[in-house]
Design a protein around this ligand. Structure first.
Ligand code: C2O
Ligand code: CU
Ligand code: CU
Length: 441
């Protein structure tokens, strides 16, 4: 492995230290179907940079876990084998699944046991993800490396001829911290864990060789608590085509994106006019980290284009709202004055009705607010940043709530009744109690 600036031995978050002379090659986890697989949650050894290794956790030994690809209409059938020393579950973040398949902490799998998740894919194309959701230990387990992408495909998206194969890159962006022995070391504080260097697919200071083509970057913010501000170092724009719940209606040109934990972004990076030898770097402007460098090393014939039109999205209508509910995210632990209780159901939602849910911050922000069991549409943001951003259009399952903000979303549960969760996806807030059960009936 290339020798770069080491993350070991005293590299802190001083941005001047995050400019290595040599970078580490980007890795892509293996891609597998989700039809009949076992995912073992195991201890593993991660190669960080400088040839050094770190103890971590992974699915089937991979960090991130294998990228699962499924088509709409297919069935997922995955056995989780828990080879950890603590209980765990798999939650299929963004997927519409029956309660018993949702990885709720009530359905925890104890060490040495297995649990089979099986469900039909009812939803449109998009990049979702899977991760543990055990009571109080979600932050620790995701930090340790247990997370992977789940890509849903459908014919509508396939017809667009978006970049694929080598030109489609699933990228899980997060931060991390290691102890003096070089092992990933979790120390969550109630206000949220922040690491001192970035990882893309488990690689610090990543670099990848590319052709002069159009690339599809499918990003997930897999960090526990960090909001990235993504930009290219040369200030060039990228084309935004999708987010949590799949494609937007039309592409948008953006040059800076605030990217909260659990959100996804589908971006087109246009390198068609770049000459061999040129580099483009994706960075976080807020942390001052260069996350991933693209080096153009060959000329290739690329036929992919940026489509003018992407998808038709049925807008949920304010006129159909049958119920309005307000959720105040308070400090580090509470929603509407309460902490999570495993067996308490806070409210009940009728299947098939449109509701307006109002999220308000009252200290402790940012709060990336996440809903299980349905996608929603963001209607408005008042206070704070006071507007919606292009990456908040279409279908979402996580929305960023900053200090003094009120965000309204429209939501409709369509497929399953049962128990689901609403929570802050800053994982230390979630583990600390900023979560509620509700029941769809
Ligand atoms: Cu990705 Cu309930 O979480
Ligand atoms: Cu979820
Ligand atoms: Cu929060």
């Amino acid at each position: 492995m290339a020798t770069g600036l080491s993350v070991f031995g005293g590299c802190d978050s001083d941005p001047s230290l995050t400019e290595p002379t040599v970078r580490n090659p980007l890795r892509l986890p293996p891609t597998i179907t989700a039809r009949d697989q076992t995912l073992a949650a195991t201890e593993t050894v991660l190669e960080l940079d400088d040839g050094k290794t770190s103890r971590a956790w992974g699915y089937n030994g991979h960090l991130p876990g294998p990228t699962l690809r499924v088509r709409r209409g297919e069935n997922v059938n995955i056995r989780l084998r828990n080879e950890l020393h603590d209980e765990t579950t798999i939650h299929w973040h963004g997927m519409i699944v029956p309660h018993s398949m949702d990885g709720h902490p009530l359905d925890a799998v104890s060490p040495g046991n297995t649990y089979t998740y099986h469900y039909p894919i009812l939803q449109r194309a998009g990049m979702n993800w899977y991760h543990p959701h055990p009571h109080h230990h979600t932050g620790e387990q995701i930090f340790g490396g247990l997370a992977g992408a789940l890509i849903v495909e459908d014919p509508e998206e396939a017809a667009l001829g978006l970049p694929s194969g080598m030109c489609e890159l699933p990228l899980i962006v997060r931060d991390a911290r290691v102890d003096s022995a070089g092992n990933l070391r979790y120390r969550g504080t109630s206000s949220g864990f922040k690491g001192d260097f970035g990882l893309v697919n488990g690689v610090p200071y990543a670099t990848t060789e590319v052709g002069n083509a159009l690339y599809r970057l499918r990003l997930l913010n897999g960090a526990n608590a960090r909001v990235f501000r993504l930009a290219l170092t040369n200030g060039a724009p990228v084309t935004l085509i999708g987010n949590d719940g799949g494609l937007l209606e039309v592409p948008a040109t953006v040059s800076r994106i605030d990217f909260a934990p659990a959100e996804r972004l589908d971006l087109l990076l246009d390198l068609r006019q770049r000459a061999v030898g040129e580099r483009v770097v994706l960075r976080c402007d807020r942390a001052g980290w260069d996350l991933l460098e693209f080096v153009v090393t060959e000329e290739i014939d690329s036929h992919a284009r940026v489509p003018e039109f992407l998808s038709t999205i049925e807008a949920l209508s304010p006129a159909d709202v049958s119920e309005e509910r307000t959720f105040r995210f308070e400090g580090n632990h509470r929603i509407n004055g309460k902490e999570f209780e495993m067996d308490r159901v806070e409210f009940r939602v009728p299947l098939g009705r449109t509701e307006r849910w109002r999220f308000q911050s009252d200290g402790g922000a940012p709060h990336p607010v996440h809903v299980h069991g349905a996608s929603f549409q963001v209607e408005s943001r008042r206070g704070g940043r006071g507007r919606l951003f292009p990456w908040e259009l279409g279908w979402k399952d996580t929305v960023l709530l900053q200090e003094r903000e009120t965000v309204d979303v429209l939501v409709r549960f369509e497929h399953y009744t049962g128990l689901y969760l609403l929570h802050c996806h800053k994982l230390e807030h979630e583990d600390g109690g900023m979560m509620m059960n509700f029941e769809v009936y």
